[in-house]
Write a protein that binds this ligand. Structure first.
Ligand SMILES: NC(=O)c1ccc[n+]([C@@H]2O[C@H](COP(=O)([O-])OP(=O)(O)OC[C@H]3O[C@@H](n4cnc5c(N)ncnc54)[C@H](O)[C@@H]3O)[C@@H](O)[C@H]2O)c1
Ligand SMILES: [Zn+2]
Length: 394
């Protein structure tokens, strides 16, 4: 049982419109002259790479561009990116994009320092030490990967989403620039935005730090609910309530983009110290068998998991309802989330994703096996109970 908690973040966080123009200086401060940049074609076409490129050029840096990033990246993609990084032998890595590109950049920064392939570093605490200096520049408001210790991949062989967790994965610098998010398409804005809300709600309603069920001798990057996580989650939930619909409706609403950028980074700070729970465990299973974005999968599942977690977390649910602008009752929190996800077009049911009812049992078993996440949940869940949640969501 834990009785103390610690709090970690990216070493430096630079936030606000225009922040991306500091990337060159940041890389210089890290002693870099050759930089490996992980991004994708959409971001190049949308002009998001341009301010980063200009800043790096002004700082006299040379770079190699890996622009083959894909949503929900596979381990193969991460290995391919790392192979290119090893050939270029950079002294720093930049992850420019949503969670997908930032996570591939994290893996490249690991594989620049250590031998082997992506699969060798999956799980909790398997990165041996510090990684290549990493700067993350998010272009979605969602994952919080720019400050987190996590990286997520699709394991196409095992048909499950999988993750790498290590304190060494926290970027040296996070540059959060809402101007880069203006071109983010409405669907990606919605999906990644509800991911940020899920991070904050799962952290705020997690098992208490003092009751975190950690077997003797085992370490975990996650630690359960604590006061600083609560503080960040509160603000993140409020921002999602105020700004997510607006950001989806009008991508050029800069106030909304900035509010959601804050929600995402604060959500990342909260979940990467406290933990994520059953929504994420179930989404990792669902996302392995059907092509749904992480955010849409989470958004779909969130109210159903909230319903399961309500007993014992009534006080937290009342506050969440208030922060989302509703009357402070536990049911109002669930209703507010359902309303929000409807308004922004998150799919309602697992069957809408093409999942068959006969698949649910095996999905429940896969989610149950992800102990590093399921043990963060405030209410322990058996395979039968996970199956029940999936049936409700089906
Ligand atoms: N590392 C973490 O802590 C963490 C946390 C949660 C989720 N994740 C992972 O992150 C991934 C999801 O990331 P995401 O939701 O940020 O989406 P994403 O990175 O998958 O991006 C989705 C699409 O949007 C496009 N896009 C992104 N920003 C854009 C912009 N500003 N303009 C134009 N196009 C833009 C991208 O090119 C991409 O095609 C999943 O793999 C998920 O598992 C990681
Ligand atoms: Zn998430």
């Amino acid at each position: 049982m834990r009785t103390t908690w610690t709090f970690a973040s990216a070493t430096k966080l630079i936030f606000g419109p225009g922040a991306a123009s500091q990337v060159g200086d940041c890389l210089r401060d890290l002693g870099a002259s050759r930089v490996f940049v992980v991004t994708d074609q959409n971001l190049i076409e949308a002009g998001v790479w341009e301010p980063v490129r200009v800043s790096m050029a002004q700082s006299g840096l040379s770079w190699s561009l890996f622009a083959e990033g894909q949503p929900e990246p596979s381990l193969h993609l991460a290995d391919r990116c790392a192979a290119e990084a090893r050939m270029y032998a950079p002294d720093a890595v930049v992850g420019l994009g949503g969670g997908s590109n930032m996570d591939v950049a994290k893996m490249a920064a690991v594989l620049l320092r250590y031998s082997g392939s992506a699969r060798d570093y999956l799980g909790d605490g398997r990165v041996p030490g510090t990684i290549a200096p990493l700067v993350c520049v998010p272009t979605t408001a969602g994952t919080g990967s720019e400050v987190s210790h996590a990286a997520a991949f699709t394991d196409t062989e095992q048909q499950v989403k999988t993750g790498m967790l290590s304190e060494f994965l926290r970027p040296r610098v996070a540059l959060v620039d809402p101007l880069l998010m203006r071109s983010c398409p409405a669907k990606v804005t919605a999906d990644s935005g509800i991911d940020a809300l899920t991070h904050a709600i799962e952290a705020y309603t997690a098992v208490d730090n003092a009751a975190f069920p950690l077997p003797p001798g085992e370490r975990s990057a996650y630690q359960g609910k604590n006061p600083l996580g609560d503080l960040f989650a509160e603000r993140a939930i409020q921002c999602c309530g105020r700004y997510l619909r607006r950001a989806v409706a009008n991508g050029h609403d800069l106030e909304a983009r900035e509010g959601m950028a804050l929600a995402a980074t604060l959500g990342g700070l909260a979940f990467s110290n406290v933990g994520v729970a059953l929504v994420h465990a179930l989404e990792y299973a669902v996302g392995g068998v059907v092509p749904v974005s992480h955010g849409a999968g989470n958004g779909l599942l969130l109210p159903f998991v909230m319903r399961f977690n309500l007993p014992g977390r009534e006080a937290e649910f009342c506050r969440i309802a208030e922060w989302l602008g509703e009357t402070p009752t536990p049911d109002a929190a669930i209703d507010a989330v359902i309303k929000l996800k409807r308004d922004i077009g998150i799919p309602e049911r697992l069957r809408n994703l093409g999942i068959q009812q006969s698949q649910l049992r095996s999905l429940a078993e896969r989610a149950y096996a992800i102990r590093r996440i399921t043990r963060v949940n405030p209410r322990p869940a058996s395979i039968d109970e996970l199956h029940g949640i999936l049936l409700d969501a089906w």
